[in-house]
Design a binder for this molecule. Structure first.
Ligand code: AMP
Length: 280
């Protein structure tokens, strides 16, 4: 595995490999890596000649400074995991290299409705920050294939929109969520849960499965029951919603189009999100 810190060095290196017969795959991350990240990397390895993984905790996507300051970091363990997965290049840029002009007066992306709902509503500015970093990373790596997790469902739709808006040539591949045995979606933030919180955390996926089992009868009813399940286990709920899977328009009943159930809730100080595509 090669470690590269400077965008220019990575660009030059990738250009020197441009005669590769198979594509370059890219997995952007914020570190504190786990098996969910490893799943994306292995998929990239299986579908690309060269896999680039970035670790960059992007300051512009944190609307809450304490969330940014407390974001877990474990670079030594991350490097071991990356090497074990066969990562070819670890890209580890600094904030000043990604935001060479500073983090004020940044470009605004016309994301429209997508950034006004769900995560966009509860984390104002979050998706602008995600686009600012992803646009830069995609310009540097210029991958054929970009691997992202369905765990961050709305983020995948935002990146699909960014790719369309900026006429980026990369193909977005959305990878299903890896879960613990009790259903909890793997997440870097799980490390911040204490033992008792960790025991209650799988209520989020249980609530999603509850919605999947009952939404055909009444979306409103199962949403209400899902909120009760979470509140009984002392979650502070930001949202429990059912939305159109393609547009994320919020829905109060089952439709003929694919739908997705999405939850965001706090357990203590830790905010967890998860989602589930609903069977048609
Ligand atoms: P993060 O480091 O949290 O920004 O995540 C980096 C990438 O890994 C994103 O595309 C996430 O959606 C994806 N990811 C995070 N958790 C999981 C998981 N449990 N299963 C699959 N992909 C995941």
């Amino acid at each position: 595995m090669i470690l590269i810190k400077k965008p220019e060095t990575l660009r030059t290196f990738l250009q020197s490999c441009s005669n590769l017969s198979a594509p370059v795959g890219f997995v952007p991350t914020m570190g504190a890596l786990h098996e969910g990240h490893a799943k994306l990397i292995r998929l990239s390895k299986g579908n690309s000649a060269l896999t680039v993984v970035s670790i960059f905790v992007n300051p512009t996507q944190f609307n809450d400074p304490s969330d940014f300051n407390k974001y877990p970091s474990s670079i030594e363990e991350d490097i071991l995991l990356l090497a074990n997965c066969g990562t070819d290049i670890l890209f580890l840029p600094s904030v000043s290299e990604i935001y060479s002009g500073g983090t004020n007066s940044l470009e605004k992306y016309p994301l429209g409705y997508l950034e006004t709902i769900l995560e966009g509503k509860y984390r104002p500015g979050h998706f602008q920050g995600v686009c600012q970093v992803m646009h830069r990373l995609l310009q540097i790596v210029d991958p054929h294939k970009l691997f992202m997790g369905q765990k961050d469902y709305q983020q995948c739709l935002v990146i699909a929109k960014l790719i369309e808006l900026m006429k980026i040539k990369s193909e977005l591949i959305v990878v299903p969520t890896l879960r613990e045995a009790d259903g909890l979606a793997l997440s870097s933030r799980n490390r911040r849960l204490n033992k008792d919180e960790r025991n209650r955390a799988a209520t989020i996926s249980a609530a999603l499965y509850h919605i999947a089992a009952g939404y055909k009868k009444s979306v409103v009813q199962v949403k209400h029951e899902a909120i009760n399940m979470l509140e009984e286990k002392k979650f502070r709920v930001d949202y429990v919603e059912v939305a159109d899977a393609a547009t994320l328009e919020i829905q109060q009943e089952k439709t003929n189009r694919p739908q997705v159930a999405l939850i965001a809730a706090f357990l203590g100080e830790v905010r967890l999100i998860d989602n589930l595509l609903l069977p048609g």
